[in-house]
Each structure stands twice: as C-alpha cells, then as structure tokens.
Design a protein around this ligand. Structure first.
Ligand SMILES: [Zn+2]
Ligand SMILES: [Zn+2]
Length: 346
C-alpha cells in the first residue's frame, strides 16, 4: 500500500477536505498513474451528497482523470512509463458477459466497477481522481494522444465519451441534423463533437444567454426553449436529439422535433420517471433512448477523434482549495464549461 494525497468527502453533508488515502501495490496487470488533472463532473456532486444512494465515507470522487504512467506491472505491455493516459468512469468489469465481450464494458451485466464509491474485486471501495496517484488495471487505462493538453483532455473521459458514444451510435455526420439540449459540461462537448463529425448542429437551451458560446463551439443554430414558437418552428426537424439535461423536461414536446425515424437520446439522468406520450413516438417512427458513457475501445476512439480534430473541453483550472466553491458553482450552472482540478495543489 502507498499513502497518497487526496480530497475526500467525509459525509453526505460536509464539505470536501484534504486527506490521505491508500492505493494498492502495483499488481502484474496494473498501471500506476501520476494524476495531473481531474475534472469535476456533476455526478461527483450527486454521489458524494448521497443523491444516488448511500455511500461509504470518506469518499474521493473524480472520474475524469488525466496523467502520466509512472510504473507498470510485469504483465503490462499496452502502457509504458512516461505515457500520457486517462481513466474514465469505470476501472473494471466482469469481462465475461456478452456485453463485456462486445467491448461495451459500461453495460456489463454484472455491473461495471465505478472509478469511485464501488466495491473493487479485492473488496475495497474504489477511490477516484481527486488525488495525486491512482492504480488501475491496464485494460481500463486509455491513451491520451499528443495534441491534446492534459487539462482539457480530462473532461473527455466522462463528458466527452458520454456524448461521443450516442453521436457515433446514431450516426451523426454529414447531412444529419443534430440538436443538443442544454449547453453545460456535457452539452458543450456534444456540440463540439457533433460539429466535428460534420453534422448540422442546433443548441436548444432555456435562454439565449450562452448563444455566442454555442455558435463559437460549432453550432449553426441556437434556440431558446423558453419561447413556445421554438417548438412550432422546429417541429419534425432533427435526425438526432441528445438530451444532456438531468432535470425533468417535457419529453413528448421534444419528440415532436424529430424527423421521421429520429431518435431522442437521454444522457442525463433525472431522478424522477419521464412520462412519454406514445403518439409522439408512433407519429414519426421515432425512438426515445438512453446511453451511458462508452466502452474502453470507443473511449480510445473518441480520444483519437478529438486529437485529430483538435478538440478539448473548455475548462477552468482550479486549485484543490476551490473544490467546494466549484461544487456550488456547478450546482448554479456557473461554469463555462468544466472545472478541472490541478492535482499538484492537493
Ligand atoms: Zn461524469
Ligand atoms: Zn461483464
């Protein structure tokens, strides 16, 4: 065991505090990563506050990890000391079920092992990226290509893959009209990636407050959903809508914006069930779907795509003592568009 610095949540109600945690010894299949940057995802906040179920504390969140390999186990051939690497939302899976064998480890039938707050194979609770070092199985570590700085790469490991995967799966590209609902951490990545794929991108946001940003990030159109005429004007328009909003929205109203065979894909996860009017689906052979992060192979594909298109997240790099303030600002939607912790300040 090695003792390393970290920032942890002591309970569901306390602020996060500086602390130390133990990392396991580097096993034959493990990679030791010197973490340089860790993104702050909205999921971190939900998890530490217990919104998604009870947790064991202290809990170190963080599943947008970018760093440098400093040690590899004896059986590791796919990573070497000095490599620039990332770790996203999962650190292991069963590797035997049909979904794991298909390379979709995020949908492991036994449940993937989350990067933090999950029971690891050795029975310990996983601790995430708000830390100086992490030990991860080699198969759940991805390569960050040259050409993307590590600070803007970190958020790609969750926000990037969460939006890339449905855009990829539902064929966003030339000749396709894609709408992105919500321009936050996920939404801004969806806009950048969909535009780079060649799609015609529209942002649907509550107000026009971030319109300039949306257009700068690659959207051609920007509409306020608070204006009822938006829904009339855009009826039947889109091949694909990516809903990044985790609050409850009127799904049936958004389904009406889909063209024939269009799909509305939820990547946000509201706590409450979302009612759907079946007529909104059958009246255009439409689909209402969901998508969760991406597999390891697709995560690598996403990073290679982002490097080729010079895409990183828009980030505000903070020191560790600003984490609690950053949480408040994320909850107030006061960040453009992702906080990233400089782990040298831990
Ligand atoms: Zn996340
Ligand atoms: Zn599995």
């Amino acid at each position: 065991m090695t003792t390393v610095k970290a920032f942890a949540s002591p309970s569901a109600t306390d602020d996060l505090v500086a602390t130390t945690i133990e990392r396991r010894e580097v096993g034959a299949n493990d990679v030791l990563i010197d973490i340089k940057f860790a993104g702050i995802c909205h999921s971190d906040i939900h998890t530490v506050k217990g919104d998604w179920g009870p947790q064991q504390y202290p809990l170190v969140p963080g599943h947008e990890i970018a760093g440098i390999v400093t040690e590899v186990g004896s059986d590791v051939t796919n990573h070497a000391v000095g490599d620039r690497v990332g770790v996203g939302c999962m650190v292991n899976s069963c590797r035997e079920c049909v979904n794991c064998l298909a390379g979709e480890e995020q949908y492991c039938l036994k449940g993937n092992i989350g990067t933090y707050g999950a029971v690891d194979r050795d029975g310990t609770i996983t601790q995430g990226g708000y830390s100086t070092h992490v030990v991860v199985d080699k198969d759940f570590v991805v390569r960050i290509p040259e050409g993307i700085d590590l600070d803007v790469a970190a958020p790609l490991l969750c926000a990037g893959i969460t939006t890339f995967s449905p855009l990829n799966h539902w064929g966003a590209g030339e000749g396709k009209k894609v709408a992105v609902v919500g321009l936050g951490g996920l939404g801004h990545m969806a806009v950048k990636i969909a535009a780079a794929m060649g799609a015609e991108v529209t942002v649907l946001s509550q107000s026009l407050k971030k319109q300039e940003d949306g257009l700068r990030l690659g959207a051609q159109h920007y509409y306020a959903t608070s204006e009822p005429e938006t829904f009339e004007r855009l009826a039947g328009s889109f091949n694909l809508i990516i809903n990044t909003v985790s609050a409850s929205i009127d799904i049936s109203a958004y389904l009406q914006l889909l063209a024939l065979d269009g799909a509305l894909v939820n990547v946000g996860a509201p706590a409450e069930p979302l009612p759907v009017n079946a007529f909104a689906l059958i009246g255009g052979r439409r689909s209402f779907a969901g998508s969760m992060i991406g597999g390891i192979r697709e995560t690598q594909e996403m990073l290679d795509f982002c490097a080729a298109h010079k895409i990183g997240a828009e980030v505000e790099v903070i020191s560790a003592d600003k984490i609690n303030e950053a949480y408040e600002r994320v909850l107030a939607s006061d960040v453009r568009y992702r906080f990233v912790i400089d782990t040298a300040t831990l």
